[in-house]
Write a protein that binds this ligand. Structure first.
Ligand code: SF4
Ligand code: SF4
Length: 370
């Protein structure tokens, strides 16, 4: 049985503000074990694509960073680049985007904001993995070479996993470009010309030249496509889709990569998921619709499976937000499975496979505070 802590979202006075919520997180016994004077601790974040506006706010990350530094911990903040050619494709774009989003390396993070896989997201090492699909995966060197890691996840729906939470952050966010390509390799992208209106938005997102223009229309070359999903997140008309057959293997591959990450980090890991501004799109999209559930606060656990399971249960148990996609889909009531209605999936298959791999357990003790 794993413990999942819930720090409630509402604040009615200064004693319940974000600073005190960070103090509550630091007071959890599992988190406190990671706080070692002169020890190193990495905060894994998920920088969002430019145009996505509901990302985890810098004040949350900078407050945690400052408080840990005040406790004598050697802290750095990290992430990896995206596979598609958006605003986080390589170090140059990633740094610019971090600045625009309010993550000033110099002024807020004292130059301790670093890419886990370097400028090209290729600095890492191949680690053998257990499970049926990957055989091994490349993890960003910073994440395996430093000590303890805190994984901060902004929870959203995910089009292929059902839920973007801690397993998503571990199983994709820790990987170099080669590692991400390995996990994406099972996905086959299809293009429906009938849905395309030649808006050309997808063209700059494609890193392989698989999308081009010819005879006044958009051409797609499946032979060179690396399944980075840049076209999927950018096309406003859903002209690009992932073929359904590959999705279960993708989910299992993400779990295998997450399992490999947890096995090969030098220190301990703690997971903190923010159920605020929960949007139908992940932070990878260059836009964001309004949140579809109210802000529920913060969940935290040592166990990413228990944490994602509790997250999913809380989203289902919550009422939907009027005027959001939850209303479009007639999913406003408590108990309506908003994740399934939005994505056509639930995270259950991913979590079952994660349990089989001993990444964690869905059996959890739920401890609420705040
Ligand atoms: S066509 Fe293939 S390589 Fe190009 S953006 Fe889409 S998924 Fe990526
Ligand atoms: S973004 Fe979609 S609609 Fe626009 S050109 Fe590309 S495929 Fe066509």
């Amino acid at each position: 049985m794993s413990k999942v802590y819930w720090i409630k979202g509402r604040s009615r006075n200064a004693q319940k503000n974000i600073l005190s919520k960070i103090d509550s997180l630091l007071g959890l016994e599992e988190m406190a074990r990671l706080v070692v004077e002169e020890g190193s601790l990495t905060i894994k974040i998920n920088l969002s694509e430019l145009g996505y506006e509901h990302y985890l706010r810098p004040i949350v990350i900078s407050t945690l960073f400052e408080k840990l530094r005040a406790m004598g911990v050697r802290v750095c903040v990290t992430d990896t680049c995206s596979l598609f050619k958006g605003s986080r494709f390589e170090g140059y774009e990633w740094n610019d985007t971090a600045l625009v989003q309010g993550f000033s390396n110099g002024e807020i993070f004292d130059q301790q904001l670093m890419l886990a896989g370097g400028y090209s997201n290729e600095e890492g090492k191949f680690w053998p993995s257990e499970g049926e699909h990957l055989g091994g995966v490349e993890l960003g060197s910073l994440l395996t070479d430093t000590g303890n890691v805190v994984v901060l996840s902004h929870v959203t729906a995910h089009p292929l996993l059902g839920l973007a939470g801690s397993i998503y952050n571990l199983g994709l966010g820790f990987l170099t470009k080669s590692g991400k390509l390995r996990v994406h390799a099972c996905l086959e992208v299809g293009y429906d010309e009938q849905k395309c209106d030649n808006c050309r938005i997808c063209l700059p997102f494609c890193p392989t030249g698989s999308i081009s223009e010819g005879d006044g229309k958009i051409l797609f070359d499946a032979r060179t496509c690396n399944s980075c999903l840049g076209c999927l997140v950018s096309c406003p008309h859903g002209a690009f889709r992932v073929k359904a057959e590959g999705i279960p293997v993708f989910q299992e591959s993400v779990v295998e990569a997450a399992h490999t990450a947890t096995k090969n980090m030098r220190g301990n890991t703690f997971f903190i998921s923010f159920l605020s501004s929960v949007t139908p799109q992940t932070d990878e999209y260059p836009y964001s619709d309004i949140p579809f559930i109210p802000d529920l606060g913060i969940l935290a656990s040592e166990d990413p499976v228990a944490l994602d399971w509790a997250t999913y249960q809380m989203i289902v148990s919550s009422p939907g937000v009027p005027g959001s996609i939850a209303q479009d889909l007639n999913m406003l009531e408590k108990g309506d499975d908003k994740i399934k209605a939005i994505t056509g999936l639930t995270p259950e298959h991913m979590l079952e496979y994660a349990e089989e791999m001993n990444l964690g357990t869905r059996e959890c003790e739920f401890l609420a505070s705040g």
